[in-house]
Ligand binder design. Sequence first.
Ligand SMILES: *Cc1c(COP(=O)(O)O)cnc(C)c1O
Length: 430
Amino acid sequence: MPNLTHNNFSQETLALHAGYTYDSQRTLSVPIYQNTAYSFESLQQAAARFGLQELGNIYSRLTNPTTDVLGARLAAIEGGAFGVPTASGSAAIFYTLVNLAQNGDNIAFSNKIYGGTQTLLVHTLKRFGIEARIFDIDDIDNTLEKVIDSKTKAIFFESLSNPQIAIADTEKITKIAKAHGIVSVCDNTVATAFLHKPFDFGVDVAVYSLSKYVNGQGSALGGAVIERNGLNELIKDNPRYPAFNTPDESYHGLVYASLPLPIFSIRLITEWLRNIGATLSPQNAWIILQGLETLELRIQKHSANALEVAKFLESHPKVKSVNYPALSSNPYHHLVSKYFANNQCSGLISFESESFEAAQKICNALELFAIVANIGDSKSLIIHPASTTHSQLSQKELDLAGITPATIRLSIGLESPLDLISDLKQALEK
Ligand SMILES: *Cc1c(COP(=O)(O)O)cnc(C)c1O
């Protein structure tokens, strides 16, 4: 199991050092343990590891020293108790939700989230007998409690949503979650832990796609689940969460709540990684560790560039509206200083062009921006959500998600903002 201890260093220091203890070779770069299995010292040790009496490596589907450094480092940056890397962000979200809910249960989710996640929640979870109930992130007071009942096992939302760039009023959500004893889950992919820290506002579990800003160069998929300190107290003896409080037949009758460990993460590993296996590879864990070292610098540059581009777009007559929370015109602007460090809001901008045809023309006329269904790359990207990332959504779902045929999403990279602005200008005016 990963090293659970971390200390009081600041986030940027932890991003470089946390979670890694030298082995005998003292390599400064975290070694890649490119192995599937581990040699036990004795059969007795093997039995103790399988029975969870002794924590330690068994097989890389469950734990691996390289991947464990990443998990511990992410948990340290987040100020959390434990971090579990997964093969992708989607796997992180799926495992988190099935760790809490099962057949007959339901979860509440925000209307403004990533299209892939919406499809996972509404359609895939339904096949497992889990119902996803939508609430309005812009009207939390009147919509969230209405969908909650005794079978509600999680409240899921995005801190800074992709692609609507909506900011969640997290404290409103977590107050309701706490009142009902429900685990709140925040996807913090777009903001990253350097702009927003979900646990400071009462969130229980943070999930990430590491494929975006954390990797930062579009070179490896990855995800992570991080639980806050003290989550055990919420889950233990809570009638909503029988899987943690009753004997697990698949694990020698183990009751997770009896373990002196972060039980949400331990069960995520021993039930979901062990039995389904969307484990992050050590190679990709290493690549993502490289990204993490410069994340703080990059997210600041992405944010500064995006603010300049957003100001330009706002001033252009062929742009109907611009969504970027750091602009004072933005409806979420009042939440920025409360929830985001340095009033910075990442590289994600969306804007309304004049029509579907105009959106197509702009996408095709840009030279610097690549048409890519991704965000958080060092290079600037553009996408038309209605025909790509959100094409699986019905018209009603698109309306609820605030996406029109004229919506364009930009992921602003690390290029010179002047070059980006001149490229956008020529494409808009073509
Ligand atoms: C991309 C993304 C995901 C899915 O992550 P993958 O690593 O691509 O599986 C989840 N949430 C958000 C906000 C994303 O942008």
